[in-house]
Design a binder for this molecule. Structure first.
Ligand code: NIG
Ligand code: FE
Length: 410
């Protein structure tokens, strides 16, 4: 099946083929004006200028007129907790009244609150609630999403979450990766040593045997898991082929970056309190630092210093962190705007952070994250807009007109 998109005012394409962009490379966006895009069997086949089209004589089964909108690769969202039960707007009000995220967690609210709610749902109910959010982000232009467990906090409920993620993978044309985050908080009824033993001796082997997760995550932060706990959990996950993606430096400089880098983590995420020494460590590693601007916005916290990190030569990605406690939003366009407004990334840097580098942070930038021949044809067409910079500038305008995943409109 050949599909051609014609009359594209500006096509954001990839003619360099890099799997991640670092430092200065991040400000470069490759654009073809007055372009077409040809897709064959769900994969990008070629692109070029409209006036080259007749001479090459490209035939297609389906022709899509972009009506002079722009075409960009779909957003990739490499850090979400989109499978969850209910909502936590009560804590939102508590925070307005002055409680901090950490205080709410210490009182037994927060993540444990979501775990209690999730425990009451059947797998089908959890699937249905989660699918609403999956459709919401797909319509907003997200084509790849990483989804974590971590609101089960006992073996049966963690497996329930991961099976729901597997069903979501089978139900939608998005590319989805699953991360086991049993170490999100200590489950009710356990001491921390008991819970870490349970993770290592029971949960990780069960997840591994059922092949339910490709990645493993730990909330390595003050009041949650230490770097030593984290190392033990990651080593248990490695035996089952699960690569680390770590939560670190959200509440305090936690030592999470070092443990992530030394264990070959694909990404280390949050980083609101990252130190200069940790920035150096990341610069010389294969681990993708991932900022979560929506979390800082919603919790009124400092933002991860992505500007400083890019200036130091790092690659950076951004993600939504969609979850019921710290970021009840999966809107990647808004995350891109926040990355510009609050983290001082240029629009081009923020777009690269939310596409190719985000795909790297979920291990799929060979096939996703940019529009290059041979990669999946995941893209969106905008309404006519004056420039690419308009996208983060018009920070609440719904500029996306149509979304295509593997070359099919969704
Ligand atoms: O990434 N910080 C840890 N986990 C989530 C929040 C989870 C929650 O509050 O439910 C995050 O922000
Ligand atoms: Fe998170």
């Amino acid at each position: 099946m050949r599909l051609i998109v014609i009359n594209i005012a500006a096509l954001v394409c990839d003619r360099c083929g890099k799997l991640r962009l670092q430092g200065r490379e991040m400000s470069h966006i490759d654009v073809i004006e007055d372009a077409y895009l040809l897709v064959k069997d769900g994969v990008v086949s070629s692109f070029g200028k409209m006036d080259e089209l007749s001479s090459t004589g490209i035939g297609a089964d389906v022709t899509v007129d972009a009506h002079w909108g722009m075409v960009l690769p779909s957003w990739c969202d490499p850090h979400t907790h989109i499978v969850y039960a209910g909502s936590r707007e009560g804590e939102f009000v508590d925070k307005i009244r002055g409680l901090s995220y950490a205080e709410i967690a210490r009182r037994g609210g927060g993540i444990l609150n979501s775990a209690d709610l999730l425990h009451t749902l059947t797998e089908q109910e959890l699937y249905e609630q989660s699918m609403h959010r999956v459709h919401e982000i797909m319509d907003k232009g997200t084509g790849c999403v990483e989804i974590k467990s971590g609101y089960g906090l006992n073996t049966a409920d963690e497996l329930k979450m991961l099976r729901v993620i597997r069903r979501i993978k089978e139900s939608v044309p998005m590319h989805i990766t699953a991360t086991f985050l049993g170490a999100h908080a200590v489950g009710r009824g356990y001491t921390k040593p008991q819970y870490v033993d349970l993770l290592v001796n029971e949960m990780i082997p069960e997840v591994g045997r059922e092949h339910l997760a490709e990645f493993i995550d730990v909330f390595c932060d003050e009041g949650f898991f230490t770097p030593d706990d984290t190392a033990r959990i990651l080593e248990a996950g490695a035996k089952w082929g699960m690569r680390p993606k770590i939560h670190a430096d959200e509440l305090a400089a936690s030592g999470g970056v070092e443990v992530a880098v030394t264990h070959g983590a694909l990404s280390v995420d949050h980083l609101e309190r990252i130190t200069d020494a940790e920035i150096d460590m990341l610069k010389n590693s294969d681990t993708m630092p991932t900022g979560l601007p929506g979390t800082s916005f919603f919790l009124n916290m400092p933002y991860a210093p992505l500007r400083k990190m890019v200036d130091a030569g790092c690659a950076v990605a951004i993600a939504s962190d969609y979850n019921p406690g710290s970021t009840p939003s999966g809107d990647m366009k808004f995350a891109v705007s926040l990355a510009c407004i609050k983290m001082r990334l240029l629009p081009s840097e923020a777009i690269n952070a939310a596409t190719i580098n985000a795909a790297y942070a979920m291990g799929c930038s060979c096939d996703y994250g940019s529009l290059a021949p041979g990669k999946r044809a995941n893209f969106f067409i905008t309404h006519p807009i004056p420039s690419i910079d308009f996208l983060p500038y018009a920070y609440t305008s719904p500029v996306i007109d149509r979304v295509y995943l593997s070359g099919k409109e969704v």
